[in-house]
Design a protein around this ligand. Structure first.
Ligand SMILES: NC(=O)c1ccc[n+]([C@@H]2O[C@H](COP(=O)([O-])OP(=O)(O)OC[C@H]3O[C@@H](n4cnc5c(N)ncnc54)[C@H](O)[C@@H]3O)[C@@H](O)[C@H]2O)c1
Ligand SMILES: O=c1ccn([C@@H]2O[C@H](COP(=O)(O)OP(=O)(O)O[C@H]3O[C@H](CO)[C@@H](O)[C@H](O)[C@H]3O)[C@@H](O)[C@H]2O)c(=O)[nH]1
Length: 433
């Protein structure tokens, strides 16, 4: 089938390449010229394991083409995926839907044949209905259907999550004929057993925001327990392991530490609260305020811990920050807990040197005033404290003895509970978590 993907960021580029992998002919539309040129050459403008090979193969085969032209898009196909960003509004907790609206505003008046627009972006409940009303007004003598097909992929596992998802969700309005089209698109995935849930658009929108709210709540739950463990001298990792054996709880997403960041969980729980407020249901989600608070406290706690191990003041100290991406296997620094901590420590007068295996360029753009080193060992040169804030394998397997020979003081803060405490303590390090 022929289809168009509007917006080629972390989600859209992956979706476009994966749809080509499923055998479809795909046209990807991106508004940022540098990203578009890179993609057209078969290069991925961000780090996502497995995506470069897949994308290059389908660019070379001609199954995937890249353009900036909505006029070309409406000639090319009658099925359009919206994968543009829905960031947090500046100065407000709600979702900024300007990019979704701009895509619909530009696309619909150009349509000369009946079309199906499938939203993949994460949006507040009620958005599909609003866009459907708008599309009715903008459409010129054609039937334009809006449906929602939210995406659940994780960065770092984006290709496998797209090709082998836990489930597919489709939200359609009454009388829709979109189900058959969407079944055809995902047939190779559905035929090997992926659950395909067809519901109404508002339910589909809520499946997505509820899933992220649950994941965020699970992380903040274990981080709240970590606070109590710290006060009581208990071991939160052992608590997580033990409660995780209960199949009703499960061990995944119970890793205590610096908490969640990224381009999804933080902004999605805030947008969810904002939307619930608009719907008169603010109280129902008031617990998410606490989920957010617990999460943000993890960051200030690590800053405080760093201050403590540095003798009570950060002024003039040298701090090594290992990790800048919001999680390993990604170069994404959107709302990165690691960079947030690095920035706070710098504000208190320390000189902070950051190293990350993949996120250096993105970090420099967001935090140009931090120092950057070319390796973990270089970042730790003469450090008064070393902070591991993203659990890259490279940091988990650091040699405590070797690192000990370059630092000024043997202070290591394990912000992700990912290091082997014994291995560090036996080398004389003051290990804190
Ligand atoms: N990143 C993820 O892991 C992930 C997973 C599931 C859902 N989502 C959701 O998917 C959406 C996109 O997220 P992302 O992380 O890919 O964001 P992103 O910022 O990386 O990508 C969005 C892309 O859309 C482009 N764009 C903006 N307006 C456009 C327009 N009118 N036409 C064509 N292109 C346009 C931007 O230039 C950008 O490249 C968000 O709603 C997000 O919440 C993201
Ligand atoms: O036990 C855990 C698990 C995760 N995290 C942190 O939580 C954040 C988010 O991690 P993850 O959910 O793996 O990353 P994302 O790629 O942002 O994926 C989330 O957000 C996407 C966008 O909506 C959804 O599609 C995914 O299903 C959802 O997992 C990261 O900072 C992690 O370090 C923890 O602190 N502890």
């Amino acid at each position: 089938m022929r289809m168009v993907v509007l917006g080629l960021g972390y989600l859209g580029a992956t979706h476009a390449a994966c749809m080509a992998e499923l055998g479809h002919e795909v046209l990807g539309i991106e508004v940022v010229p540098e990203k578009r040129d890179q993609l057209a050459r078969g290069e991925v403008p961000f780090y996502e394991p497995g995506l470069p090979d897949l994308l290059k193969r389908h660019i070379d085969s001609g199954k995937l083409t890249i353009s900036d032209s909505y006029a070309q898009a409406v000639e090319f196909a009658d099925v359009f995926f919206i994968a543009v960003g829905t960031p947090q509004k500046k100065g407000d907790y709600s979702a900024d839907l300007q990019y979704v609206d701009a895509a619909v505003d530009e696309l619909v008046p150009l349509l000369r044949r009946d079309a199906l627009i499938l939203g993949k972006s994460t949006v507040p409940v009620g958005t599909a209905q609003r866009l459907a009303d708008k599309a009715d007004e903008l459409a010129k003598d054609v039937a334009v259907e809006i449906a929602w097909n939210p995406e659940f992929l994780r960065e770092g596992f984006a290709v496998q999550d797209t090709l082998r998802p836990d489930r597919l969700v489709l939200g359609i309005f009454a009388g829709s004929r979109a189900e058959a089209t969407v079944r055809e698109i995902y047939e190779p995935i559905i035929s090997v057993g992926a659950p395909f849930i067809v519901t109404d658009p508002q339910t589909a929108e809520l499946v997505k925001t509820s899933a992220n709210a649950f994941l965020a709540t699970k992380i903040s739950f274990i981080n709240a327990i970590a606070e109590v463990c710290e006060a009581a001298g208990a071991d939160v990792k052992a608590v997580a392991d033990a409660i995780g054996y209960d199949a009703r709880i499960g061990r995944r997403f119970l890793n205590a530490g610096l908490g969640f960041g990224g381009g999804c969980l933080p902004k999605d729980i805030r947008a969810f609260m904002a939307r619930a407020g608009e719907l008169g249901a603010a109280e129902a989600l008031s617990f998410l305020r606490e989920v957010d608070n617990v999460n943000m406290r993890r960051r200030t706690r690590i800053v405080e811990l760093t201050r403590q191990v540095c003798g009570g003041a950060l002024l003039g100290k040298r701090i090594a920050v290992l990790g800048a991406a919001f999680k390993p296997e990604s170069d994404d620094v959107r709302d990165s807990p690691a960079l947030n901590v690095a920035g706070q420590i710098q504000l208190q007068g320390a000189s902070v040197t950051v190293y990350d295996p993949k996120a250096m360029d993105n970090s420099r753009k967001v935090f140009p005033t931090l120092d950057y080193a070319g390796s973990a060992i270089d970042a730790c040169e003469s450090a008064d404290a070393v902070l591991v804030l993203t659990e890259w394998d490279e940091f988990v397997s650091l040699d405590a003895r070797r690192l000990g020979s370059v630092v000024r003081s043997l202070n290591i803060i394990d912000g992700r509970n990912c290091l082997d405490r014994d291995a560090w303590e036996t080398q004389g390090w003051n290990y804190r978590t």
